[in-house]
Ligand binder design. Structure first.
Ligand SMILES: NC(=O)c1ccc[n+]([C@@H]2O[C@H](COP(=O)([O-])OP(=O)(O)OC[C@H]3O[C@@H](n4cnc5c(N)ncnc54)[C@H](OP(=O)(O)O)[C@@H]3O)[C@@H](O)[C@H]2O)c1
Length: 266
């Protein structure tokens, strides 16, 4: 699974490309097709990889073909891919909400497909990537594809039925977390800190907490208990959060996002 072709090099396509390069896939083994000329020039000039014009040429030069266009463009490009792809190619789709049976139905013929749901943090090698494969992708090919992205973050092997959960917990949650961080910074300002200091403290609190969790390998609830002394400051804040159903709100937000992902894929 050495040669990779990317169709669509927007935000995610470029992040995938960076992940492949960091994973030591040789530039000469990567090619791409991009509809926007300025975007194509940017990719070719920045990364020194070959742009190709047509899907058949990309398929000939690739073992794995990564489809990174918007879901609404699937019906235009998939029949084209279906007529160019051979049995030695595997199609890797990152399109949100388009299931493997749907991909095969739009393509109009059986294809070997891996569906992958990355979050944006693959940009910094700290991503979460949910992956699932059609039944005719062998275990060896599936592991070869997983190893293409092994340095991009945590790869989670899931059944397709759980892809909506990955979309929510993996891909949407960073936005929920950013809202929480924004609230911390505003709170710091509210209690009198200059904004730059409130921001620096809030970010460092997050970084330090994650680092402690990684080093101590304990459940977050246990760590929280360790910093919650009887009658202290922390329990006062926690009591207020719980009075406003903090945990319930987070659970509901993640559930809502998963339901929306399901709606979009039906
Ligand atoms: N953003 C995320 O966090 C995230 C996470 C997981 C998965 N995804 C999925 O990743 C996919 C890409 O998202 P994105 O945000 O990167 O979109 P994007 O920035 O719009 O990138 C897609 C690029 O593909 C080009 N394109 C469209 N049809 C093409 C074709 N037939 N041949 C070659 N290029 C073509 C588009 O050009 P035009 O604009 O001119 O059409 C655009 O430059 C989506 O399916 C999305 O669901 C995104």
């Amino acid at each position: 699974m050495e040669r990779v072709g990317i169709i669509g090099t927007g935000n995610m396509g470029e992040s995938i490309l960076k992940a492949l390069l960091k994973n030591n896939v040789a530039k000469k083994n990567i090619c791409f097709i991009e509809a926007k000329k300025d975007r194509a020039d940017h990719i070719a000039n920045t990364y020194g990889i070959d742009e190709v014009r047509e899907v058949p040429e990309l398929a000939k030069r690739s073992d794995a073909i990564i489809l990174a266009v918007k879901p609404q463009d699937a019906s235009k490009i998939l029949p084209d891919i279906a007529s160019s792809i051979t049995d030695s190619n595997i199609l890797i789709s990152i399109m949100a909400g388009i299931t493997i049976p749907k991909i095969i139905s739009i393509a109009g013929r059986p294809l070997r497909v891996v569906r992958m749901m990355p979050n944006l943090a693959i940009k910094v090698n700290e991503g979460v990537i949910g992956m699932t494969a059609s039944a005719d992708v062998s275990a060896d090919d599936f592991s070869a594809i997983k190893s293409l992205f092994s340095r991009a973050g945590l790869i989670v092997d899931v059944d397709e039925v759980h892809m909506d959960a990955i979309t929510s917990l993996g891909a949407s949650s960073p936005a929920f977390f950013l809202l929480f961080l924004e609230a911390m910074i505003d709170a710091g300002v509210h209690i009198g800190l200059p904004r730059d200091k409130a921001k620096a403290i809030s970010i460092q609190v997050v970084r330090g907490t994650i680092e402690m969790l990684e080093q101590d390998q304990i459940h977050p609830a246990l760590m929280r208990e360790m910093i919650t002394s009887p009658g202290g400051t922390t329990i006062s804040g926690l009591a207020s959060l719980e009075a406003n159903a903090f945990k319930g709100n987070i659970i509901e937000a993640i559930e809502k996002a998963a339901l929306r992902a399901k709606e979009l894929s039906s």
